[in-house]
Design a protein around this ligand. Sequence first.
Ligand SMILES: [Zn+2]
Length: 197
Amino acid sequence: MSTTTRKWSGLGAAIQRADDAKAHDTAPATQVRQPAIVPADGTPERVLFDADAEITEADARLTALEERVRDGDDQVQPDDIEKARGLRRWAQLRREAAVRAAHPVFVRRDGDMEIWQKGPATVLVPVVLNSYPPELREAVQIRRVAVFEGCCPCGAEVRVTEAGHYSIGHMVTCPGSDEVLVPLATAAGVVTQRRNG
Ligand SMILES: [Zn+2]
C-alpha cells in the first residue's frame, strides 16, 4: 500500500507539475511550431495543424498590412487593418476550439497513474484500483471520465489552453472534485495533497 500511497500523493500537484513543465517547453502562440509531417486527414492532429497554418497566415497578412502603413502606403485603410486583425483573432479562437476538443491520447502507464496527452496538455490520470473502497473507485472513475469526455455531469468542462494548461472545475459536491475525492482518498489511507500544496 505504501507504493500506492506515494504515487497517489499529489494527483493535483502532479497534474500541475505536468502543466508547468509543458508550459515551459511550449512555444508562445505567435511562434507556432509546425510538425515536420502533415497529419492524416480527419485526425485531431490535422485540425490543429490546419489551425496553426491559418494563424500563421493571418499573422503574416496583418504584419504585412501594418508594415505597408509604416512605409507610407496610403492605399491601406483602417478597415483593412481591422479586418486582418479580426481574421487573426478568429483563427486563434478556432485553434482554441480545436485544442479544447482534442481527443485524449494514451501515452503510458506509470504505476497506478496513467499519462495522457490532450492537445498540448499532458495530464496524469489515476487508475481505478481494486484495493480502493467503492466510493473512492467511483470518484476516481468520475474524474477519469471527465478527462476523457471533456465534461462532467456536474457541469464542469475541461479547459486546455494553448500553453498546455489543463483544468477542470468540478462542482464541490461532485465526487470528481478535490473536495469530495481527497477526503475519500485520505479515509482510505491514500495520501493526497492539494494542487498547490
Ligand atoms: Zn464533476
